[in-house]
Design a binder for this molecule. Structure first.
Ligand SMILES: Cc1cc2nc3c(=O)[nH]c(=O)nc-3n(C[C@H](O)[C@H](O)[C@H](O)COP(=O)(O)OP(=O)(O)OC[C@H]3O[C@@H](n4cnc5c(N)ncnc54)[C@H](O)[C@@H]3O)c2cc1C
Length: 382
């Protein structure tokens, strides 16, 4: 049995952010930390790769520049209903930076390794068992005994299932395809990111997206459809139908592209986030319910969790009883609660007239609410 002080299960943005923040806050603890990742970098991760400003701010505070990763900057984001709606720009900056996750996560893992963090790749966690004085973690070939375990193993992760087996599940359905960029499309269409909520009245409690991206330097579009499942009790079209409709409207054929799906576990204020000696971060804890936006959120969870771990070692107290209480009062938690509330309201008011008018004419409400309650939380996260 291998003994460790801190074991981070999963080397995506939340696990790597926890490691990098531990390294920044308490290098002596970081030296006693081990990250276990089942895949090997660069590993595939289904994701549209849209980074909002909060992600870049958290990385900058770690001394990291996401601009080092191959990317495409979308100069504006559109929140539309059936092709018309609100256009959002960031002052003096891009609205969304789009990366590919195989490249981004490999880069982030490289930065953590450069700073002395130990990451073991190709190690799959099978079981996580909290005991009164430690946690036992079983992998395919080894057993670890650790003082603290961070569950950073994503929406389908084993950590949550082991420590909170009876918790209710809040999971969105998500489909994604990549296509070559359309040479004929208008320059604006090529450079902007689009979210379209036209399918809410049909019972898809979410949106379709269309982002500019690149794969190995070649211009591409990333398309997808996100459904929180909040309207799962009513008849709904197959999830790929609104995506096919949106792509057809822009002159693309879904049948010509490879469709992939993956769930996103979203944040609920009624969920649990810890057990004795174990805390959850990133998708394992819960991403943004409105958009399924989880990269900035995962980086934020990492920052928050690192502080919690330092606190636990300072007090020699590892129950993590107050983890949820402090999380929901933090700037990250407040933004997640605001997004949870918005999703509950906006996706349940599914009348065609409401959705059409909301996205087309309520920009004067949406803009300030987004600015104050949804975005910009990272600056207030200490
Ligand atoms: C189709 C799609 C599109 C998305 N688009 C966006 C977007 O544009 N912008 C955005 O911000 N968010 C987006 N998201 C959400 C975003 O991908 C996640 O919120 C984010 O990846 C969460 O990071 P994480 O570190 O918590 O989990 P993950 O990135 O899932 O990382 C978990 C890690 O744990 C590892 N792991 C899992 N199980 C085990 C195990 N048993 N043992 C060891 N290791 C394990 C995995 O290999 C992985 O490396 C999208 C998600 C989907 C599905």
């Amino acid at each position: 049995m291998e003994l460790t002080d801190i074991l981070i299960l999963g080397g995506g943005p939340s696990g790597l952010s926890t490691a990098l923040h531990l390294q920044q806050l308490a290098p002596q603890l970081a030296r006693r930390t081990l990250v276990l990742e089942k895949a090997r970098y660069p590993r595939p991760k289904l994701c549209a790769g849209g980074l909002v400003a909060d992600a870049e701010i958290i990385l900058q505070r770690l001394g990291l520049d996401a601009g080092e990763v191959p990317h495409v900057d979308a100069s504006a984001a559109h929140l539309d209903f059936a092709g018309r709606g609100l256009r959002v720009r960031a002052p003096n900056s891009h609205a969304i930076r789009v990366i590919r996750r195989d490249e981004f996560d490999q880069w982030l893992a490289g930065k953590a390794k450069d700073r002395g963090m130990e990451i073991r790749e190709g190690i799959k966690i099978k079981n996580v068992q909290p005991r009164p004085d430690c946690v036992i973690v079983e992998t395919e070939h080894e057993v670890f005994r650790s003082q603290v375990v961070v569950g950073a193993d994503g929406s389908n992760g084993v950590t949550r299932r082991c420590i909170l087996p009876n918790e209710s599940v809040h999971t969105a359905r998500v489909l994604e395809v990549l296509t070559p960029a359309h040479a004929q499309s208008r320059a604006e269409r090529r450079e902007h990111a689009y979210f379209d909520f036209f399918s809410v009245p049909a019972g898809i409690a979410g949106y379709t997206w269309d982002f500019p991206t690149q794969v190995k330097g070649e211009s591409m579009r990333c398309w997808g459809v996100y459904d929180t499942n909040l309207l799962a009790n009513m008849p709904r079209p197959a999830l790929k139908e609104p995506l096919a409709e949106e792509m057809a409207r822009q002159g693309f054929d879904l049948n010509q592209a490879e469709l992939q799906g993956h769930p996103i576990r979203w944040f609920s204020p009624f969920a649990k986030f810890s057990a004795p000696h174990v805390i959850l971060v990133g998708d394992a804890a819960g991403a943004d319910p409105v958009f399924g936006e989880g990269i900035s959120i995962a980086l934020g969870y990492g920052q928050f969790a690192a502080r919690e771990i330092v606190r636990a070692f300072e007090r020699n107290e590892f129950s993590f009883d107050g983890y949820k209480h402090r999380l929901v009062r933090s700037a990250l938690g407040q933004a997640l609660i605001a997004r949870w509330g918005i999703a509950q309201v906006v996706y349940r008011l599914r009348w065609n007239w409401f959705q059409r008018n909301f996205w087309r004419h309520m920009g004067w409400v949406i803009g300030p609410v987004a600015w104050l309650f949804v975005l910009n939380w990272s600056k207030r996260l200490s």
